[in-house]
Design a protein around this ligand. Structure first.
Ligand SMILES: NC(=O)c1ccc[n+]([C@@H]2O[C@H](COP(=O)([O-])OP(=O)(O)OC[C@H]3O[C@@H](n4cnc5c(N)ncnc54)[C@H](O)[C@@H]3O)[C@@H](O)[C@H]2O)c1
Length: 316
């Protein structure tokens, strides 16, 4: 019999697409979506859904027992830009949900966990280019501190209690099905929407701020790949570096202009500039390539084409 999977934070930018892909693979009834709020119509109609606050251990345990869940994807979190505004709420949400899931696995109530980390674990003292898997990590944001602590706890639970938890450090994610949820790389999604509707965009980062990014299809593929790899192949029990492309807002605007020549961009950096300045420009993901054959498929040009075509079709 096929396993039952729970996705926590299923209505978010990643959770929505992860739910679709896992439902396609394992059957709709085997993938339970959950969140503290309802998602879009397509998600809500595609299979079982539970309103669930993942900070509530008892409620979480009840859903896991009821559906006989064996695998959990924990996608609920407060993202980088929002977390700077609500530091304690971010810390409590990001850490308590992780502890709840890790403890359920420790007590053998679930078998396997996916928990995402982020390039935000790195800080201003980290080598900026081709940032290695193991390097200086001194995050300067609330979000980054929570992700770095989370990585340490994941590795600890694996070493001490044999908890099978797997993680990747997602770069900024670009998608068209769901809007991003308050991160520092949100501009890389907003820009496509505005390019189509207004032929112009005012970016909240400076034109030469180079950050690691990834198209959502690649991110979902990486997530499934790391979860499906044999346990002995997963050598990193903190989180894997993961990369696809790196570019600046100016380069992204150029790639849009190649399709929409009249597109114009302006720059009005805000508080998110400081967060972006503390992050790497590019990531060395050779460990993920070695351990579970990771290879990205989408570069900037391919991403721009996919974003503009799909957003344009959605409007019709
Ligand atoms: N999107 C990115 O670019 C990116 C990059 C790096 C890492 N990540 C990580 O990936 C994960 C998912 O990110 P996302 O972009 O989909 O975030 P998002 O903000 O779009 O979605 C998070 C979801 O969690 C839900 N949620 C919030 N509090 C909850 C609670 N108490 N119980 C249950 N659900 C709750 C929200 O309603 C939301 O639907 C997060 O851990 C994030 O840190 C995302």
């Amino acid at each position: 019999m096929s396993k039952y999977i729970l996705i926590i934070g299923a209505c978010g930018q990643i959770g929505t697409e992860l739910t679709y892909t896992l439902r396609e693979k394992h059957g709709c009834e085997h993938v339970i979506a959950s969140d503290i709020r309802e998602g879009n119509d397509e998600l809500m109609q595609s299979g079982p859904f539970e309103i669930l606050d993942a900070t509530n251990y008892d409620a979480l345990e009840e859903v896991i027992a009821y559906y006989e869940i064996s695998e959990v994807y924990l996608m609920a979190a407060m993202l980088s830009a929002t977390a700077e505004k609500f530091p304690m709420r971010a810390w409590n949400l990001n850490m308590n949900t992780l502890f709840n899931v890790l403890n359920l696995a420790k007590d053998k109530k679930i078998d396997k966990i996916f928990w995402p980390s982020s390039i935000a674990v790195f800080g201003p003292n980290t080598p900026k280019n081709d940032t290695p898997q193991n390097t200086i990590m001194e995050p300067s944001t609330v979000y980054g501190i929570s992700k770095q602590s989370g990585e340490r706890w994941c590795e600890y639970y694996f070493n001490k209690f044999n908890v099978d938890v797997r993680s990747i450090r997602y770069p900024g994610l670009i998608s068209w099905k769901t809007m991003p949820g308050g991160g520092t790389t949100d501009y890389a999604v907003e820009i496509y929407h505005k390019a189509l509707t207004e032929k112009s965009y005012t970016c909240f980062l400076e034109e030469d701020t180079k950050l690691p990014m990834m198209f959502m299809d690649d991110a979902i593929r990486a997530t499934l790949q790391v979860m499906e790899a044999p346990s002995e192949h997963i050598k990193e029990r903190s989180a894997y570096n993961l990369a696809a492309m790196s570019f600046t807002p100016k380069e992204m605007a150029e790639s849009i202009k190649a399709v929409i020549p009249e597109f114009k961009i302006a720059y009005e950096p805000d508080f998110r500039q400081e967060i972006a300045n503390s992050w790497p420009s590019s990531i060395d993901d050779s460990k993920a390539q070695q351990d579970w054959n990771w290879q990205a498929e989408f570069d900037l040009e391919k991403t721009t084409k996919a974003m503009l075509e799909n957003l344009d079709n959605m409007d019709k």
